[in-house]
Design a protein around this ligand. Structure first.
Ligand code: SF4
Length: 316
């Protein structure tokens, strides 16, 4: 019987899942992904974390509890940096410790440390450390990771090909962290609701990384955080290319990064463009009716602009 490795469907699962699923499967493990976010997972996450934690971290705990009795190991990497010269939100650094101290009776955690701040070479050690939970064959681990990396890149290419189907009327950039944009329970199907309103959605994941990096360089200041660089680079791209009709930023209550970045994004949009902008902040208490009303009002405003642009406020 193969070893079961659980991967929580939360946080950077949404960015890297093709990589780690393929990697562990090629090493012979059975990979179990936690259930899609649901009411029980939210409640369990809230119960196992402090009130001050952001909702994505609470959800991560809920997903770990969902896997607890189903697997032999749970993959909870300690992320310090995922890109040379950039840091990630400090909450990713303490994930294994937070989870261990908050949730009882856990299986062994695969708590490798990923730190690419100096170079991607350090990633190699992390990959071997993860692979060693299943095998000591270094060649096998290397081959598995190379194949997994190709799967990850292919997944990225598919996302980029989704860019703007031509038949939709309005184009909206939806900004936010991948785990807020792609967890449809957390964001209450926001992307699907926008698409149902005859709009095309663009997210930062659909833009090529070199394009984002190029535009991020134009920012007047130092961008240390990977998330900040991605979001600011995307907004500066929008400013130059004028490729969308409006921008929605989905933030989460208690997010330290968003408390700075959402403000900067809004400032750039208000100052340098005429794009309508709307900030939506989510937490575990957010009501769906309120979100629906705001989306409908935003779409209506975009449509009114077509006929009466000079009289409509650019404020969402
Ligand atoms: S970036 Fe914000 S939402 Fe994400 S883990 Fe850090 S504090 Fe939470």
């Amino acid at each position: 019987m193969s070893i079961k490795i659980g991967i929580p469907r939360a946080l950077l699962y949404y960015e890297f899942y093709p990589l780690w699923i393929t990697f562990f499967e090629l090493l012979g493990a059975e990979v179990v992904i936690s259930s899609r976010t649901n009411k029980q997972i939210v409640e369990s996450g809230v119960q196992h974390t402090v009130d001050e934690a952001c909702i994505p971290v609470k959800l991560f705990h809920g997903h770990v509890v969902d896997l607890r009795d189903k697997v032999d190991y749970i993959f909870v990497p300690r992320l310090r940096s995922i890109c040379k010269g950039e840091y990630i939100c400090p909450k990713f650094c303490g994930l294994p410790e937070m989870v261990r101290h908050s949730i009882k009776d856990l299986p062994t955690l695969i708590d490798i440390t990923i730190d690419c701040i100096k170079s991607n070479r350090d990633l190699k050690n992390a990959v071997f450390a993860a692979g060693n939970f299943l095998t000591e064959d270094r060649d096998l681990i290397t081959t598995a990771f190379q194949t997994a990396y190709i799967a990850y890149k292919e997944h990225k290419m598919i996302l980029k090909k989704q860019l703007f189907p031509p038949f939709k009327r309005k184009k909206i950039m939806v900004l936010g962290h991948p785990y807020t944009l792609y967890d449809s329970y957390l964001n209450m199907d926001l992307l699907q609701k926008l698409e149902a309103c005859d709009t095309s959605i663009l997210t930062p994941e659909m833009l090529p990384k070199p394009v984002i990096s190029h535009y991020a360089q134009n920012f007047d200041g130092q961008l240390y955080w990977s998330f900040a660089k991605k979001l600011i680079g995307t907004v500066l791209y929008l400013k130059d290319t004028k490729s969308v009709d409006g921008v929605i930023y989905i933030s989460t209550f208690g997010c330290g990064v968003d408390s700075v970045v959402a403000h900067l994004v809004e400032k750039i949009i208000r100052r340098d463009t005429t794009l309508p902008f709307m900030l939506i902040t989510l937490d575990e208490h957010t009501g769906e009716a309120g979100i629906n009303t705001r989306i409908e009002a935003f779409i209506d405003m975009l449509k009114w602009r077509d006929s009466d642009e000079n009289h409509i406020s650019s404020h969402g």
